[in-house]
Write a protein that binds this ligand. Sequence first.
Ligand SMILES: C[S@@+](CC[C@H](N)C(=O)[O-])C[C@H]1O[C@@H](n2cnc3c(N)ncnc32)[C@H](O)[C@@H]1O
Length: 289
Amino acid sequence: MAESFDGDWLALREPFDAAARDPGLAALLASRLPARPTLLDLGAGTGSLTRWLGHFVGRPQAWILTDADPALMARAFDETEQAALAIGWRATWPGKRTLLVHSPRGAWRIEGVLTDLREAPQGLPLAKVDAVVCSALCDLVSEGWVERIAAACAARRLPFYAALNVTGRERFAPPWPGDALVARGFGRDQRRDKGFSGKALGAEAPEAIGQAFAARGYQVLSAPSPWRIPRQAGAMAAELALGHAGAALRHEKREARRIDAWREARVAQAEAGRLSVTVGHRDVLCLPA
Ligand SMILES: C[S@@+](CC[C@H](N)C(=O)[O-])C[C@H]1O[C@@H](n2cnc3c(N)ncnc32)[C@H](O)[C@@H]1O
């Protein structure tokens, strides 16, 4: 079964994702695409990557969003329409499942495909697209999955862009008792099978993507894209503390009391505006030679 994600969590993190992704790699990808490109967004969730990367493409463009979760897909369309209206762009619906965002530099045509990506590239419309992109997905998948996607992209000479892959470097500040315990459990959880036929790549994702594409003659570029959560962003810091504690608990059951104490202390700090968090990520761009 696909790992499920909460739409409110994806909405909360969207501005931090946008601030973290490396603009240089996004601009380089955009410069390598044709005049009216079609991009395939894997595990699109609520559409955060499309709303961000579309501005770098900056010309008429089409998007195919894919996800297994129908509620997130519906929200992706709603939030993209709302985001367009909020910046003064029109949005229209030429078909039930097609949204047109009328940007001043050309329309963004957005469609969605509900699909389980476990079997990818099977079922993906690769013949119709000019690039395959994703954000916060590749640390969930297995090495075999990345190999299959790399082979499928290479067969069509498609660029592959994977933003926001965790690096395993997190820091909650100020330091607190239990930090190392929670970090150890969280790290183990990142390798838990997330339904992609094998151990999840976790912090190995940037390296695995790079190797899979370099082996097929691609130029591989990467850049750091850390979340930097300041003390003022208490809601995000509290969610991160809750997420880390919950993940650690799955693997460190005998330490439940210490992890609970850590969670309570960290959430109280976040609510009081006294907790800052850095979470390491890396963006990877693979370009066919
Ligand atoms: C961490 S979220 C990232 C969402 C979005 N790309 C973003 O950056 O906000 C991972 C996404 O992958 C989707 N996903 C996870 N496993 C999946 C699967 N087996 N098939 C399709 N989608 C999947 C989830 O529904 C979720 O939307």
